[in-house]
Design a binder for this molecule. Sequence first.
Ligand code: PEP
Length: 255
Amino acid sequence: MRTPIVAGNWKMNKTIAEARELVTAMRGELAQLAADGKIEIVLCPPFIAIPEVAALVKGTPLRVGAQNLFWEAKGAFTGEIAPAMLNQVCDYVIIGHSERRQYFGETDESVNKKVRAALAHHLKPIVCVGENLAQNEAGQTQAVVGAQVRAAFKDLARDDARGIVIAYEPIWAIGTGKAASGAGANSIIGLTIRGTLAELYDEATAQAARVQYGGSVNAKNGAEFFAQPDIDGALVGGASLVAADFLAICKAARA
Ligand code: PEP
């Protein structure tokens, strides 16, 4: 049995004060939902708010994640953040989000470097993969997503691979209000993502890895995704900024 995991990607939203307000509004109910281990809930604020959010959820089952990291340990890398800085305050880190790939030049190769750096510092990666609209319409989804998974997991040992969370996020569904269908996302996750992990490792690894769906998940459509056998929770953008919506999604995802 895989424990579902719902992560809220706040992106570049919320000041420290706003982060405090949002977490304070939902932490009690979220912590109750996660108390018996039937769901894992991760909050991913902007870097500057991470220590505040980590302090607010300390002692609860809620987890904190970052939205990015750099692979070098330290040094002259202006504006970047090192794994050993994050692992003081985070358990998870999102890697290779499509916005990072699209606007900040992240590549399959840099994703793999970041995954290795995270693992080396006991941070659990949430690796994002997904096709854009043109690729989807051209029938290239399986090829694109399979290649992204292969690249992200390049040269990773099986034990490391099992601990990585993958988020399948079709780019055309992110922030657009046009979510994929539950069955469509389930099929890409089951056949392509788990299929690729089975080729790279074995069937047990493919079945052990947790794979989220992401892309316009909201309080109403969450249940459709969570009812699918291969979908283990969600990576949530916009709806994670509204306490009632994020709570509703987490309730729906609870096993
Ligand atoms: C995301 O940013 O990972 C995401 C899925 O965004 P949204 O839920 O807003 O589509």
